[in-house]
Ligand binder design. Structure first.
Ligand SMILES: NC(=O)c1ccc[n+]([C@@H]2O[C@H](COP(=O)([O-])OP(=O)(O)OC[C@H]3O[C@@H](n4cnc5c(N)ncnc54)[C@H](OP(=O)(O)O)[C@@H]3O)[C@@H](O)[C@H]2O)c1
Length: 329
């Protein structure tokens, strides 16, 4: 039976795929989006309405409790809240405002609207929370777990868009950049639609209720070096790598961090560099709390699309990911 689902973060990469997945499953979907949404605010209300044909689109501000009630829930009843909402920058202030505070407000408003179930898109990296945005996400996960509502907290591994930043430069003939020798980390990349299906089915699948669910895509875990090798193979060229020492990132963080004590703009860049260092050195796989090691075998898989299918689509021009503020990675 279709449910009445309130969706946050619908205009993001996974949000768009999740709205499609919910509609495919016969749910009634209401999205609350910003009047200027999408990467760099390029989606107008007319664009958003077209994008979500089959769903109701409401325009408001999820960070404002009055707007959530007036433009969002409108005193109506809903069965479930599905959130793909997340700070677009990962900068500390924005992360706490969006990944934590806005979610707390939305949870409160949802409960008042009769919602009994919440599906939250989180991230696998919160298992080792060294960055502000991870701490903000984890803090809201805790609020949700304590809420008494049925929850599914989905912690995916890396998205294709975040692993495709070098396709264009390699196509132009430049080498593939890796930190260290390119084998410091590994992940099981997951496709947007595969993740969206997983999120949407959390509504019905009881074994996904009241659980934290790490999830990756199909196949073996792959390192950045394997990503590069496969990209060159798809282009029919011999692999060419340029190795970047992690110490370089440490130096950049040091300089920007010092400057950031005086200039907020430098502090923001320092946080971006810290985020970059995190992904250069930490795997997006389940972390074994006993050994402190990342465990590919313990990381569940779902879906069918691989990163290399995605690369193939990009090289043929069939796929053009919107990389937005994460383009730096
Ligand atoms: N990238 C990866 O590899 C990866 C891996 C695992 C987990 N994740 C996690 O997955 C989540 C979603 O990723 P994504 O790539 O789908 O995100 P995204 O494309 O950046 O979308 C973020 C969504 O949140 C909304 N949003 C952000 N700030 C807002 C604000 N102040 N008010 C209202 N709406 C706001 C955006 O709306 P607008 O369109 O209006 O900006 C958009 O709908 C994130 O939590 C990320 O940490 C990412």
């Amino acid at each position: 039976m279709g449910q009445r689902v309130f969706v946050l973060g619908a205009t993001g990469t996974i949000g768009q795929a999740t709205v499609r997945a919910l509609l495919r499953r016969g749910h009634e979907v209401v999205c609350l989006v910003r009047p200027r949404a999408g990467v760099k605010g390029t989606l107008t209300p007319a664009h958003s309405a077209r994008l979500f044909a089959g769903a109701a689109v409401r325009f408001g501000d999820v960070t404002d409790p009055a707007s959530l009630a007036r433009e969002g829930f409108r005193g109506e009843r809903f069965d479930a809240l599905v959130s793909c909402l997340a700070s677009r920058t990962g900068a500390p202030e924005d992360a706490w405002a969006v990944d934590h505070r806005a979610h707390v407000l939305a949870l409160d408003a949802a409960r008042q609207a009769g919602v009994t179930q919440v599906v939250l898109l989180s991230a696998i990296c919160v298992q080792k929370p060294l960055l502000a945005f991870q701490q903000a996400k984890l803090a809201f996960e805790g609020v949700l777990v304590e809420s008494g509502l049925t929850y599914s907290i989905v912690r995916p591994t890396a998205f294709f868009k975040s692993l495709s930043g070098q396709v264009e430069r390699v196509k132009r003939g430049q080498p593939f950049l890796v930190f260290g020798d390119g084998t410091l980390t590994a992940c099981k990349p997951i496709g947007d639609d595969d993740l969206a299906d997983f999120l949407a089915t959390c509504l019905d699948e009881r074994d996904r209720h009241n659980r934290v669910l790490p999830i990756g895509g199909p196949g073996q875990a792959i390192t950045p070096r394997q990503q590069g090798e496969q990209l060159f193979a798809l282009l029919g060229r011999p692999p060419r790598f340029k190795q970047v020492p992690v110490a370089l990132l440490d130096a950049v963080i040091g300089v920007l961090g010092t400057g950031g004590r005086l200039l907020p703009a430098l502090a923001a860049k320092a946080e971006l560099a810290r985020i970059g260092r995190y992904y250069a050195t930490e795997s997006m796989l389940v972390l074994d709390p006993v050994t402190g090691r990342y465990d590919a075998e313990a990381t569940p898989s779902t879906g069918t699309m691989t990163l290399f299918d995605f690369y193939r689509g990009m090289l043929s021009g069939a796929i053009a990911p919107e990389r937005g503020d994460h383009a730096v990675f």
